[in-house]
Design a protein around this ligand. Structure first.
Ligand code: TXA
Ligand code: MG
Length: 347
């Protein structure tokens, strides 16, 4: 069973964590915001039923108001309450993968306010697989849920530790709950049931093949250009470090790095293959080897991009990930991180 790695046993929280969760629930009930850990990335949460609290999320993130938020729920039995006209295939996926890194886009019920969905008639729902997130949802009580985008400023790299959230949002957020480093490290897979057949809007923590094997049918990837459904993660520029980032094939990696170094630029080269063995020595180039499997690569990616972003390189050069479908989410995030609005003008 694919999902067992994400399922948690009975939450095993320290007394301190339990106390903090009680305080966090109070802050949320009073209309404040709380950043909390999930298995994917840290979320910036607010009470779904409180439009003022939801507004705070948009303000803190500097996120355009028409980009909907994912709603985090604690129990699968609550799915009826927040969504309606739920197809059998959506139930199948929810039963199989929740708690876990899968977001279902469904027709919203009357309990989801406009503020959460940007006025759309659909809502994104998921049960996060992190004991702190689940305990927080439990403490909030029945008929409550947490609207929570990733706890970063709009367009930036998602945080995978509490320290990253502090860097990103600092004092703007009511409280930051620390649940350690995120286990998955990349955002949830988003699948829409809005049309006749399910479509992946964002590849993520659950692979396409895992979804297809549960539904026993092929699933489409939505074209990024979709105008009808707004997915901020599908804008070209997203998940971006401030340092220019470029992706090159294994073959061209070092040529490009040397060409930049020749212009007196400091270059970070991030590889996953054995290429490091043929690395030319050059003072302006630093090489970093990432794991060659997508699970651990994904766990580390955002933390590494953040680290190298702070190390004042002029360029980050990334080795093209393998073309295997299990690398889809990583390739997607790297492509968005490498987007450069000036590229079109230059070429
Ligand atoms: O793993 C995750 O999904 C994390 C954790 C915190 O749960 N959350 C996350 O949220 O990545 P955010 O807001 O950074 O990305 C959510 C994406 C956005 O691109 C948003 O536009 C899309 O989900 N989304 C939310 N509701 C939607 C809807 N009703 N229709 C289409 N897209 C939706
Ligand atoms: Mg995000």
């Amino acid at each position: 069973m694919e999902n067992t790695q994400y399922r948690q046993n009975k939450p095993n929280l320290t007394a301190k964590q339990q106390d903090q969760i009680i305080i966090a629930a109070l802050i949320l009930r009073e209309g404040g915001t709380v950043a909390f850990p999930t298995e994917t990335v840290y979320g910036l949460g607010a009470d779904v039923t409180n439009p003022d609290a939801i507004n705070k999320i948009y303000q803190i993130k500097q996120r355009p108001i028409d980009h909907p938020l994912i709603v985090h729920i604690g129990n699968i039995s609550d799915l009826h309450y927040w969504a309606q006209a739920i197809p059998d295939s959506a139930w199948k996926l929810a039963n199989h993968f929740w708690p876990g890194p899968l977001t279902l886009i469904l027709q919203r019920s009357r309990h989801i306010p406009d503020s959460v969905t940007g006025g759309q008639d659909t809502v994104g729902l998921r049960i996060p697989a992190h004991p702190v997130a689940l305990a927080l949802l439990d403490a909030l009580g029945p008929e409550k849920a947490l609207a929570a985008p990733s706890a970063n400023r709009f367009g930036r790299i998602s945080p995978t530790t509490a320290a990253h959230v502090q860097e990103e949002l600092g004092a703007a957020v009511g409280m930051i709950l620390d649940g350690g480093a995120c286990e998955v490290g990349l955002e949830s897979t988003i699948i829409s049931f809005h049309d006749q057949s399910p479509k992946i809007l964002r590849p993520g923590g659950i692979t396409l093949s895992a979804l297809e094997s549960v539904l026993d049918s092929p699933i489409m990837l939505a074209p990024n250009t979709s105008q009808t459904i707004r997915t901020s993660g599908s804008l070209p520029a997203h998940y971006s470090p401030a340092t220019p980032l470029r992706i090159y094939s294994t073959e061209h990696l070092w040529d490009r790095a040397l060409a930049l170094a020749a212009q007196d630029l400091r270059v970070l080269v991030m590889t996953w293959s054995d290429i490091s063995q043929s690395q030319p020595s050059n003072q302006s180039i630093e090489q970093f080897s990432m794991p060659a499997d997508p699970i651990t690569y994904g766990q580390q990616l955002y933390a590494r991009l953040r680290q190298f972003d702070q190390a004042a390189f002029d360029y980050m050069i990334i080795e093209t990930p393998p073309e295997h479908p299990s690398w889809l989410a990583i390739t997607d995030r790297l492509q968005r991180a490498s987007y450069n609005p000036f590229d079109n003008k230059q070429n």
